[in-house]
Every structure is written in structure tokens, then in C-alpha cells.
Design a protein around this ligand. Structure first.
Ligand code: GLU
Length: 552
């Protein structure tokens, strides 16, 4: 067989050679050790939390070596294409600080010297490499129909090795004349690899995450080009990651079973294989077992969920690092105030079997992140969120943004800030009593505070409350009224002789707190009182007094 003649028959219009493309996309001029990684989504428009996770791992892998991170869109399956998907996905990533250095940066918009970065625009490139494989006798056209392939599948049901190989690879050795005749008759063909693999052969590689791997080598004549000339994932992966000079392929571990195909392709194409880092899927605990985080079952599988709930991106990033690197939390304890970029991310510290998603943990991490934010930032971020997802909160904020910020500043910016807020959607309930519009009175008391005590306390306090007090004056004033209502200002004294008092200063405060906020546990009551303002304070004290009088 004259392979050149066959290659010309199959690809008459392809005149560029692999050498032309090698020259067009030369090795990158990067410093030693700089890694080139990519994110290669199909344009479905849905960003799974697992995609974000893998993408962040890929991004960090490049960034911590001053390398390059690029985005390539794998849009060869036109059926799965969704309009506007790329914009949505890129926006989803940018929220988490992932901005590609190169590649697709917008809908039909790209930058960089290694493009095009949309696979649909690379057809001629794939075909040039395919043609070259044919010229070397390493690939051949296969005319098997879908029915024939189904028959083979059925016949192989009990075979240990499946797929198109050995006797099943029926069109491996067709003559040039037969091929030419079939093509002339308009028969559709796919291009298959002529795999040199054998059933005994082994494939070895060292995965950056999973470690040393040994698998049977590939012996299937896998499809390289489909009948429409569009490459399969396998072939496009080899050609693209080589020409785009990817050094580290970070991808989901569902691809690990195909790695023998990929390594074989790299070899036959004469490319240096990249390093692989196969990321295990994010898992979720269910009924004592584990399963993959599922788009269908788990709302938190969608990256949009976090924006809707109002988890700040910093929290999600921080949480992802706890999932990604086992030593992250130790690092965080030692470096409480360092920005995340300083964390020395390491692929070798990734979980081999799949990190467990834990909402309680995310909530905890996020509370820690938010409690350290200055009030202005909490206000700004939660206002942005509210404008989109909670207009009622935005409207409350807009009454007086300085007051809203001051409310968010209560018990913040001190050594032990409170951790009430895990996500912006916690805020409406958190500060509902600070606005008359959302205040819901509740006069339930705790401790020694009884309705009878409440009446005495409120009758007194309503006359003496003074919003001009300093914090010390305010507290002295409350302590000062204790005796007149049968309580002691001294908790210790109360504990030594409880029978002698109706309660202590804490109980007196509880009455005031419940009257003003409807709650028994709030941040600093002094600040709350000040920010409520005289009119509201007096009105709420009076309403509570009336309530307890009636209850008595
Ligand atoms: N388009 C493939 C996917 O979404 C990319 C896998 C890879 O990163 O190579 O699964």
C-alpha cells in the first residue's frame, strides 16, 4: 500500500504538515519549572462545583510556578452547544478569581499565540496530523456502519477485551482500490488509529495526584476523526495539548481509563507526553456511604448556588483549598492573615479518592472569613448580593447606608469578632430587629427574668435611658437601677445568695434586650440601642411594658 497515496485520497485539501504547525506554535519561552495548564470545558453553560474545583487546581498549578493558564473550548460536539454558555462559564470562574492568561476570554473572543482556542476552528490542524498518521501507516479509514458496530458489541458481550482490535478491526487492511471505490460510492468513513498495542502490553505513568499507575496498554483502533472530519476527544486532546504546549493536564479522573490511549497517541504522533494530574470527583456523604456530588440531586453542585446564597467568593476559595490540599488548614492556622495566593499549593497533597463536600465546614470557613472583613466590605458585598437576590434588604440598606454599615460593624473589628454571618442570605434575619419594617416582637424571657420583673425594669428604664451615654455610662445606668428592682448588680453576689434577690444585672439586661430586639442573644446591646435611635427605643420599651403588664 502506498500510504502517501491513501493520505492524499483521504485529505486532498490538506497541504500543511505537522512541521508547519510545529513552527507556528513553537515551545513557549518560560522560565524553568513554569507550568502550562488549561481548563477545557464543553460549552454547556453549566458550571459544576467539581469543574470549579478542578479548574482552580489547574489554575493554581500554573500560578504557583509563574506559568500560564489558558482556556480552550471543547465544542466539537455541536449538539451539546448552548448559546452564551462561554460567557456564563467565564463569569462564573472570574467570580473566584480565575481569569485566563490566554485562550478564550469571552464569547467568540480569544487572545494568545497558540490559538485558535475553539476546537471547532481547528479542523484543518487535526486533519494535518491525521494525514501524517496515514502517511506513516498509523491510521486508516474504517467504513463500518453503526449496525456493524452494534453487532460487534453484541458479539463481544462475553469477551474480556472489547472494542475494535484484532479480528474485529475489519477495515485495517483494505486495499487502496477498495478504499477508493468505497469513497467514490459515497460511503462514510471514520479515521481509526492502527494501534500497535497487544493484549500483553502495559502502560506505565506517574500521575501527579494518583502516583504510579500501571494499566494494560491500548490495543483498540480508536476513532481519531469522526465521519464529519471532527476529531474525537482523544485525538483533539493529543494535538491541542501538544501544540498549545500544555505541560500539565489537570482533569477529572473519569479520563484516567483513557490515559493509555492518550499516551499511545502522544508517542505515535512524536509528541512529548504532558504530565497528568487526575482529580478525583467531589464526594458527598449519604446514608453512611459516599457518592459523587450530583447535579441532579444537590443544589450545591451548581456554582451559581454559592452566588445565590451569598457565600463570598473568598469563602468558597478558602473552602476549596481545604478540600484540595490536606495541609491547607495547618497553613491557615499559622498564617491567619495571609492572602490565599501565598499558600504553596501542591498537587501531591490532593486527595486520591475524592474530597468530601461538607456544608457545615463551608459555613464554618465562611463565618471565619466574614468575621475578619471590615464592615464596609461586608456592607458593599452584601449590598451587591441584595440588589440581585434580596431587594427588600437592599431597600433597607438604602434608607441610610452609613447606619447599615454601622449595624454590620457591631462587635466587628475586635480581637474576637462574632461569627453570626456565614453568607449574605443570613443578613436579613440577622439584623431584622434593627429596622421597624422587619422587627418581630417576641417577649419570651430567660433566666430569672419574669414578666413581673420586666414590668419593674421597663417602668424604670424607660425614664432613664439616655442615648447620649458612653458605653460605660450606659452600663453603670443599668447596674444602678438593679437594686430598685430587687436585683443585684453583682452576679457573684447573686450566686452566693440567690434567695436574697429577684435576679442580677444579667436578668435586667435580658429584659431590656428582649424588649428592644425580640431576642435573648444579640451582639452588643449598647450599640444596638444607640443605632435604633431614641424614638424606636422608647416605642419598643413602651410596647414591651404594655405587654408584660397585661401578662401579669
Ligand atoms: N472537555 C473535557 C471535559 O469537559 C475536558 C477534559 C480535559 O480537561 O481534558 O470533560
Amino acid at each position: 500500500m502506498d500510504w502517501n497515496q491513501l493520505a492524499q485520497l483521504l485529505f486532498p485539501t490538506i497541504d500543511k504538515t505537522p512541521a508547519d504547525y510545529e513552527a507556528l506554535y513553537p515551545a513557549r519561552d518560560l522560565k524553568d519549572g513554569a507550568r502550562v495548564t488549561r481548563f477545557a470545558p464543553s460549552p454547556t453553560g453549566f458550571l459544576h462545583f467539581g469543574n470549579l474545583f478542578t479548574c482552580l487546581v489547574s489554575y493554581k498549578t500554573a500560578k504557583c510556578t509563574d506559568g500560564v493558564f489558558y482556556v480552550r473550548v471543547e465544542d466539537t460536539d455541536q449538539k451539546r452547544k448552548v448559546d452564551g454558555a462561554i460567557e456564563v462559564m467565564l463569569k462564573g470562574l472570574s467570580v473566584y478569581g480565575i481569569v485566563p492568561d490566554e485562550g478564550v476570554i469571552g464569547e467568540n473572543e480569544e487572545t494568545g499565540a497558540y490559538g485558535p482556542y475553539y476546537q471547532s476552528a481547528r479542523k484543518e490542524i487535526y486533519q494535518a496530523f491525521a494525514k501524517s498518521l496515514v502517511e506513516q501507516g498509523l491510521a486508516y479509514p474504517c467504513f463500518m456502519t453503526a449496525e456493524e458496530l452494534d453487532e460487534i458489541r453484541a458479539a463481544q458481550e462475553n469477551e474480556s477485551i472489547k472494542g475494535i482490535w484484532g479480528k474485529w478491526a475489519k477495515h485495517r487492511d483494505l486495499s487502496f482500490e477498495e478504499i477508493a471505490a468505497r469513497i467514490a460510492a459515497g460511503e462514510a468513513w471514520t479515521l481509526r488509529l492502527k494501534s500497535p498495542g497487544t493484549p500483553e502490553g502495559k502502560c506505565y505513568f506517574d500521575d501527579m495526584i494518583k502516583g504510579k499507575i500501571e494499566m494494560p496498554e491500548n490495543l483498540q483502533d480508536v476513532v481519531l476523526l469522526k465521519s464529519d472530519g471532527i476529531p474525537t476527544y482523544h485525538f483533539a486532546h493529543a494535538v491541542d495539548d501538544h501544540l498549545m504546549r500544555t505541560t500539565h493536564v489537570v482533569r477529572g479522573d473519569e479520563w484516567i481509563s483513557s490515559a493509555p490511549i492518550h499516551l499511545q497517541l502522544f508517542k505515535l504522533l512524536g509528541f512529548k507526553a504532558p504530565k497528568y494530574a487526575h482529580v478525583a470527583p467531589i464526594m458527598k456523604e449519604e446514608n453512611g456511604g459516599k457518592r459523587k456530588l450530583s447535579k441532579r440531586k444537590d443544589p450545591e453542585a451548581a456554582v451559581t448556588y454559592y452566588a445565590e446564597e451569598g457565600f463570598p467568593s473568598e469563602s468558597v476559595n478558602e473552602y476549596i483549598l481545604t478540600l484540595a490540599n490536606s495541609n491547607f488548614e495547618d497553613w491557615r492556622r499559622m498564617n491567619a492573615d495571609e492572602p490565599l495566593e501565598k499558600f504553596p499549593f501542591n498537587l501531591k497533597k490532593m486527595s486520591v479518592s475524592g474530597a468530601l463536600f461538607d456544608m457545615v465546614k463551608l459555613t464554618d470557613v465562611s463565618k471565619n472569613v466574614i468575621c475578619k472583613m471590615p464592615a464596609e466590605k461586608v456592607f458593599a458585598l452584601s449590598y451587591e448580593w441584595a440588589k440581585e437576590y434580596h431587594p427588600a434588604l437592599a431597600a433597607l440598606y438604602e434608607q441610610d447606608t452609613a447606619r447599615a454599615t454601622a449595624i454590620l460593624n457591631i462587635d466587628r473589628e475586635n480581637k474576637k469578632p462574632r461569627k453570626d454571618i456565614a453568607k449574605w442570605s443570613d443578613i436579613p434575619a440577622y439584623l431584622s430587629y434593627m429596622y421597624d419594617e422587619t422587627f418581630i416582637p417576641c417577649y419570651d424571657l430567660t433566666g430569672n427574668a419574669t414578666p413581673a420583673l420586666a414590668v419593674k425594669v421597663l417602668e424604670k428604664y424607660i425614664d432613664i435611658v439616655n442615648l447620649a451615654d458612653s458605653k460605660e455610662e450606659w452600663f453603670e445606668r443599668i447596674k444602678g437601677m438593679c437594686e430598685s428592682v430587687g436585683c443585684t448588680p453583682n452576679v457573684k453576689e447573686y450566686k452566693q445568695n440567690p434567695a436574697a434577690f429577684d435576679g442580677h444585672v444579667g436578668d435586667v439586661s435580658t429584659v431590656i434586650r428582649v424588649a428592644l430586639t425580640g431576642r435573648t442573644n444579640t451582639p452588643d446591646l449598647y450599640e444596638i440601642t444607640r443605632l435604633l435611635g431614641e424614638t424606636t427605643v422608647k416605642a419598643r420599651l413602651a410596647a414591651a411594658l404594655a405587654h408584660y403588664k397585661e401578662e401579669n
